[in-house]
Design a binder for this molecule. Structure first.
Ligand code: 0CG
Ligand code: SF4
Length: 349
């Protein structure tokens, strides 16, 4: 799979610090205690753009700035932006007429855009361009009379948004097992697309099982699982192969973060745990552990990872070796309304 090279600016969001209830104990184990730190990890280009979009909107328009759903799936990012005056709402109906609303990085169905317009809202669309790319594919295949099997998780905002482009033509396939039972109208006019933040290996298995039933199944014109998801999974695989336990920093509703736990477990880690922050580390995870792997999801500020490393250092895991499997330097321009106002003031940052 092709991987563009990337270097990201430091995330601007500073997260509220959490104090661990009890420091981890430094319990001796035979051999050398160490941390393997996966790279790439943390913020992707789409998350950085979405978070900066809310910050810029607050700067340029003042509070409140409404945000439909979580701008990205990280509770620390959301809490920090809330402190600055962002108001997170479930639906555009919750925004007062004339208000300013930002659409999250995960994208929206056209019906949401229409609802915002008929309510007279000002809008800033922070949908990641790589999600928008999948929306365009859905629109095009629906127009060409294809039935679309959208591999992804029902209920996730991104899947709701992409399916909403062509609700009559999209069927969501949640797992490899569902590939064995999904019912289609015409196997000769069928294409699969996917959510951007899935497990690469599991998605390949789902496609394999779909193709066994529907040999004429078309592939997407380009990969839908994004570069950031792929790169973080490749890195955690290398770490997991050498680690006794892998810690993934990320929130419970973050698809790409949760996938990193699964990928670690499938690729050699004896155990893997997701934490929102250092406060959630548990002493018993480290009994007899020599090598701890650490990574973070695409919506996670690096500061939270550094706090986990500091906690691990207290427990004797002071040597940190980075395991880098790709360079990243991709960045996306801000949504147009912010760009225009921003360039009048001298650019994005
Ligand atoms: O991984 P998902 O799609 O749940 O989103 P998250 O906000 O965690 O990170 C990428 C984006 C947007
Ligand atoms: Fe975009 Fe991928 Fe980041 Fe999602 S995880 S915001 S698709 S770059």
């Amino acid at each position: 799979m092709s991987i563009p090279a990337v270097r990201l600016p430091e995330p601007r969001v500073r997260t509220p610090r959490q104090v661990r209830r009890e420091p981890l104990q430094d319990i001796p184990v035979p051999g050398h205690k160490r941390v393997l730190l996966a790279a790439p990890r943390g913020y992707c280009a789409g998350v950085d753009r979405a978070v900066v979009a809310v910050e810029k909107a607050l700067e340029q328009h003042g509070a409140p700035v409404y945000v439909r759903r979580q701008i990205v799936h990280n509770r620390h990012v959301v809490a920090t932006l809330e402190q600055r005056g962002a108001v997170f709402v479930d639906e555009v109906d919750d925004v007062p007429p004339g208000g300013l609303v930002v659409f999250s990085a995960h994208g929206i169905a056209p019906a949401v855009r229409d609802a915002a317009e008929s309510r007279g809202l000002h809008t800033i669309d922070a949908t990641c361009p790589l999600v928008t790319k999948v929306h365009r594919e859905a629109v095009r295949f629906a127009r060409d009379d294809y039935e679309i099997l959208l591999i992804g998780h029902s209920g996730h905002e991104e899947v709701e948004g992409t399916a909403g482009e062509a609700p009559d033509r999209v069927t969501v396939v949640n797992s490899p097992d569902e590939a064995d039972t999904v019912v289609v109208r015409d196997p000769a006019k069928l294409v699969w697309l996917s959510q951007t933040t899935l497990s690469v290996d599991e998605t390949l298995e789902t496609v394999r099982r779909l193709r066994a039933r529907f040999p004429e199944l078309h592939d997407p014109p380009s990969e839908d699982i994004c570069y950031a998801t792929q790169n973080r999974q490749t890195a955690v695989k290398q770490v997991a192969a050498q680690a006794d336990v892998v810690i993934v920093v990320g929130s419970a509703n973050s698809s790409n973060s949760v996938r990193l736990v699964e990928v670690a477990l499938e690729n050699g880690a004896a155990a893997a745990h997701r934490v929102d922050d250092a406060g959630e580390l548990c002493q018993e995870w480290f009994t007899g552990v020599r090598t701890v792997g650490v990574t973070s999801g695409a919506s996670v500020p690096e500061e939270l990872v550094q706090e986990v490393l500091a906690a691990l250092a207290e427990a004797g895991y002071r040597d940190v070796d980075e395991v880098r499997t790709a360079e990243e330097d991709l960045s996306f321009a801000l949504p147009r309304p912010l760009r225009e106002a921003g360039s009048a003031r001298g650019g994005r940052r």
